[in-house]
Ligand binder design. Structure first.
Ligand SMILES: [Zn+2]
Length: 295
C-alpha cells in the first residue's frame, strides 16, 4: 500500500475526529455488515443549508478517501456558522477491504463494485434506467443493481439526507485530474450551467498549478453518457450544485506500476494531492459565494 493507510487506520482517523467536535453517526451497514458512517460538522439544525461530501464510492480510488480525511481535518477547525457539512467518508467499505486484501496478498485486481457486484455510482436514483453505450457494452463492469438505490450503501445516503437542505455536493474520485459537473446522463447543458462552471473552474485552478479540466461529465467522457450517478442525483433530487472531482492518479513509471490497478488510481505523492484537493474544495463546502468567472 506504500504510504497509503489501511482500512483500520482510516477508521481510527475518522473516529478521532469526534474528539475535535465532529459528530459521527452510523447510518447503516454494508452488504457484508461493515458500518456505514456519516460525519457531521457545523449547525445541528435540520433546516441548515448543507454541503455533502462523498469519498470511497469506487474502492480502488483511495486518494479520494485521503482527500476527504484531509478535508475533514480542516472542517473540524472551521466555524461553519449556520451551515452544516455531512461527509460520507468511505461509501463502499466492502470494496475498500477487498482492495486492501488484494494488495496485501500482492494480487493485481481491478475492484469497482460493492460485495454484490454493483457499481455504486450507477445505482443512484437519477436516470437509473438510462444506460449509456459503455453500460450496454460492459454491463458487468458498470452493473447498476436490481432497482434504483437497491444497494444498502446508496440507500443509507438517501435516507440520511432525505430531510436535509442540500445545496452543494462533491464526490471525490480518481483518476484523470478533472472537476466534473452535471449532466452525466445527457449531453445537454443543465439550466444552472454557469454556476456549476464557475465552481468547477475555481476548484480546478486551486487543485493544481496546471489546473484540472473542468467540464460537464458527459463532455469530458467524449459524449458517452451514464445513468445512476451521484453527480446527477444531488443536482436533480436536491437541486444542489454538484461536482465530481477526479483526483490525479499515479504515473506509470515502471512495469510493476503499470500492471497494478491501485497504482493507476493513486498518486505516489499522496500528501500533496490529498492536501491540495481538500484545500480546493473547502470554500465550496463551507458556503463561500459563487466565484467570479474569468473573462
Ligand atoms: Zn470513481
Amino acid at each position: 500500500m506504500g504510504t497509503y493507510r489501511g482500512f483500520a487506520e482510516l477508521l481510527d482517523a475518522i473516529e478521532r475526529l469526534a474528539e475535535r467536535g465532529a459528530r459521527l453517526c452510523q447510518i447503516g451497514r454494508s452488504i457484508k455488515g461493515e458500518p456505514l458512517f456519516a460525519v457531521h460538522f457545523g449547525s445541528e439544525a435540520e433546516n441548515a443549508r448543507t454541503a455533502v461530501v462523498l469519498a470511497g464510492v469506487h474502492p480502488n480510488e483511495w486518494i479520494g478517501i485521503e482527500a476527504g480525511l484531509s478535508l475533514m481535518e480542516r472542517l473540524a477547525a472551521t466555524d461553519l456558522g449556520d451551515r452544516s457539512v455531512i461527509v460520507f467518508p468511505i461509501v463502499n467499505p466492502d470494496g475498500v477491504l477487498a482492495v486492501e486484501a488484494h494488495l496485501r496478498e500482492r494480487r493485481r485486481r481491478f475492484v469497482r463494485h460493492n460485495a454484490r457486484g454493483v457499481d455504486l455510482n450507477r445505482n443512484f436514483d437519477a436516470h437509473w434506467s438510462h444506460r449509456g453505450p459503455l453500460q450496454r457494452l460492459l454491463p458487468w463492469v458498470f452493473a447498476r443493481g436490481s432497482t434504483p438505490a437497491s444497494e444498502p450503501e446508496v440507500a443509507a445516503i438517501g435516507f440520511e439526507l432525505s430531510e436535509r437542505r442540500v445545496d452543494r455536493a462533491v464526490s471525490l474520485h480518481s483518476f484523470g485530474g478533472a472537476v466534473l459537473f452535471p449532466p452525466a446522463h445527457s449531453i445537454w447543458p443543465v439550466p444552472d450551467y454557469a454556476e456549476h462552471r464557475a465552481w468547477a473552474k475555481a476548484v480546478a485552478r486551486a487543485a493544481r498549478e496546471e489546473p484540472y479540466d473542468a467540464q460537464p461529465c458527459s463532455w469530458w467522457s467524449k459524449g458517452i453518457t451514464h445513468g445512476g450517478l451521484e453527480l446527477d442525483w444531488f443536482h436533480e433530487r436536491h437541486g444542489a450544485v454538484s461536482l465530481l472531482v477526479e483526483c490525479e492518479g499515479g504515473p506509470s513509471l515502471s512495469l510493476s506500476r503499470l500492471l497494478q490497478p491501485f497504482a493507476w488510481f493513486n498518486p505516489l505523492d499522496l500528501g500533496r494531492v490529498a492536501t491540495s484537493v481538500a484545500g480546493a474544495v473547502l470554500p465550496f463546502v463551507t458556503g463561500a459565494p459563487v466565484p467570479k468567472t474569468e473573462s
